[in-house]
Design a protein around this ligand. Structure first.
Ligand SMILES: Cc1cc2nc3c(=O)[nH]c(=O)nc-3n(C[C@H](O)[C@H](O)[C@H](O)COP(=O)(O)O)c2cc1C
Length: 191
């Protein structure tokens, strides 16, 4: 069983990349094979139906779908833009649904693995509203399984220690709970 971690931000100092990296570190410390992927390495044009009709999904969307397929559990750290997910995250998720072999809906790769979501923001809500939207996209729109445990991390600019851990022990414990629950669910899915 292997877990994949990524963030809906490619920003150099992204709090959500920090959160995803910390979650991956927790997984590794628990003996789980885990990888962090930066969406910077998977640039895709903004989805456009005419572009898709002319050229099909971009190579990076095919590559990202293939990557997802190698992991039984996926952790997404979602920033919050105007109370929703980032265009980067939505565009990536959307393009992957358009990579379809004959007879496929494009949703198979999402439905056959399990997701955990968490988010960080410098504001008071800790990206909670983006998590509600992301849960809706994944569960209602795509039919994926998303575990109920999640961490919404407020005041993210002051939340991390220099070693990348969370200063607040309760938040650190919550993230550990999320990762452990993801691993348990992913093992069940993989069985
Ligand atoms: C267009 C835009 C809209 C934003 N809207 C929100 C918001 O609704 N709620 C919030 O907590 N932060 C909001 N922010 C601030 C982001 O949470 C902040 O930029 C954060 O650092 C982004 O995540 P990152 O650090 O992972 O890149 C917004 C930022 C941008 C650029």
């Amino acid at each position: 069983m292997r877990l994949l971690f990524f963030a809906g931000s490619t920003r150099e100092g992204s709090f959500n990349k920090k959160l995803a990296l910390l979650a991956r570190h927790i997984a590794e410390a628990n003996g789980i094979e885990a990888m962090f992927v930066n969406l910077k390495d998977y640039p895709m044009p903004l989805y456009n139906g005419d572009l898709e009709a002319a050229e099909g999904p971009p190579e990076r969307a095919r590559a990202f779908k293939a990557l997802l397929g190698e992991y039984q559990g996926v952790f997404i750290a979602s920033p919050e833009y105007n109370s929703s997910v980032t265009p980067l995250l939505k565009n990536t998720l959307d393009w992957v649904t358009r990579v379809r072999a004959k007879g496929e809906t494009g949703l198979e790769v999402y439905k056959s693995r399990v997701f955990a979501i968490s988010g960080a923001s410098p504001g008071y809500y800790g990206a909670m509203r983006s998590l509600l939207t992301l849960r809706q996209i994944l569960e209602v729109g795509i039919g994926a399984t998303v575990i109920p445990q999640q961490l919404a991390l407020p005041r993210a600019s002051d939340a991390f220690d220099e070693d990348g851990s969370l200063k607040d022990k309760a938040q650190q414990e919550m993230l550990k709970t999320v990762v452990e629950a993801l691993a348990i669910a992913a093992r069940r899915f993989a069985a």
